[in-house]
Design a protein around this ligand. Structure first.
Ligand SMILES: [Zn+2]
Length: 379
């Protein structure tokens, strides 16, 4: 059995042990649960709930293969959470707070990250209810954030390059279409294409959007006379997509659209080195995304300024991490995150675990095995 002890992802958040054991990739996180607001009965319940929630969200969805390996030889991910009595033995500290709100402050989580001298585990503040699925009130709020964020993306303008959207823009459009579908599948989106080969391009794009889940997507002919340009980039080859019908009032209380796991499932992502995806894209990460050809250079300004309702600035610490995660996504052949958007992703506002959430584990696996050809496989 090979092991990697006290691994710190280069994204500078998180710390864990990784073991390669037979056909299993075992990730161990040791947590120090600070004395807080739990009584002697609540404490074991919290710990068990913590373990259950993380395994339920993070296990059984993605695995890894290497070299000649195929689907028949997948390394499954197993996650072990161990509560330890000494702060110094922990990978992570959890401070329980006594509050009626579900909110989690990560100020301490980031602020305590000073490894200059002694090892100090990063810590997170959690409410004692953080191990339970989100409350109805919280679900409703998160759904509203996603709906508002999705709606604010329209009219959707994007440049076309030889009749194609850039990789990242296509991912973003696909995400928006899927989120609209979840809220109101009868929504009609209208697609107008300007510039070269517009008929061919719009037919292909409309077909894609129908396949992604909105069969009512239609072609719209431009009524503009003469040449026009994308108001966001000034280019003449572009697409404009509008909401023609539907996606109006969405009853979030009686119609929960998305599965929200517990807060700890999201926090676990930070514990293994992932960053919040609702933060805006930093300049350094946008440079990296253009270098890797996920976006085109003239789209950078748009993505850097993309600021959906509820999104926040990229903190100093997550700026470099965004760029590194983009590089790792490129290396692993997965999609990088959409930043500055409230989405259904687990590291944004939703509950969906995605291939990119395996990237820090994959990097640890590369370090552990000495092999760089690890692939992330959806199970
Ligand atoms: Zn977070």
């Amino acid at each position: 059995m090979k092991s990697l002890i006290n691994h710190e992802p280069k994204t500078t958040v998180g710390r864990f042990d990784l073991f390669l054991d037979g056909r299993e990739v075992k990730l161990l996180i040791k947590i120090y649960l600070a004395e807080g607001t739990l009584d002697s009965l609540e404490r074991p319940t919290f710990m068990q709930g913590f373990k259950n929630e993380i395994r339920q969200t993070w296990e059984g969805k993605y695995g890894f293969t290497s070299g000649e390996d195929n689907h028949a030889s997948i390394y499954n991910l197993r996650i072990k959470v161990k509560f330890v009595d000494e702060m110094g033995n922990a990978h992570f500290g959890v401070n329980l707070i006594d509050s009626d709100s579900d909110s989690v402050s990560r100020q301490v989580f980031y602020g305590a990250r000073n490894l200059a001298q002694d090892f100090k585990p990063a810590s997170v503040k959690l409410n004692k209810r953080a191990v339970y699925p989100a409350s109805d009130q919280m679900k409703s709020l998160l759904s509203k954030n996603i709906i508002d964020s999705t709606r604010s993306a329209f009219p959707f303008y994007a440049d076309l390059f030889g009749g194609q959207l850039s990789l990242h823009t296509e991912s973003q459009l696909k995400l928006l279409v899927k989120q609209i579908k979840a809220a109101d599948p009868a929504t009609v989106l209208a697609v107008t294409v300007y510039g070269n080969n517009k008929k061919q391009t719009r037919t292909a794009l409309v077909q894609k959007m129908r396949n992604w889940g909105l069969p009512g997507t239609v072609i719209r002919n431009s009524k503009k006379i003469g040449s026009s340009s994308n108001p966001r980039s000034g280019r003449g080859d572009y697409v404009k997509i509008t909401i023609k019908r539907g996606f109006g009032v969405v009853d979030l209380d009686s119609h929960p659209m998305f599965r929200y796991p517990s807060t700890v499932s999201h926090e676990f992502g930070h514990m293994i080195g992932l960053v919040d995806e609702y933060r805006c894209l930093s300049k350094s990460a946008s440079d990296k995304m253009a270098e890797l050809d996920f976006i085109k250079a003239n789209e950078q300004r748009f993505y850097e300024g993309y600021y959906a309702p509820g999104s926040t600035n990229a903190e100093q610490e997550s700026q470099a991490s965004q760029a590194l995660l983009a590089q790792w996504a490129h290396d692993a052949g997965t999609e990088p995150a959409q930043y500055g958007i409230q989405s259904t992703s687990l590291m944004s506002s939703g509950g969906k675990l995605l291939a990119r959430h395996m990237l820090t584990i994959r990097q640890a696996l590369i370090e552990l095995s000495g092999k760089s050809d690890w692939k992330i496989v959806k199970l």
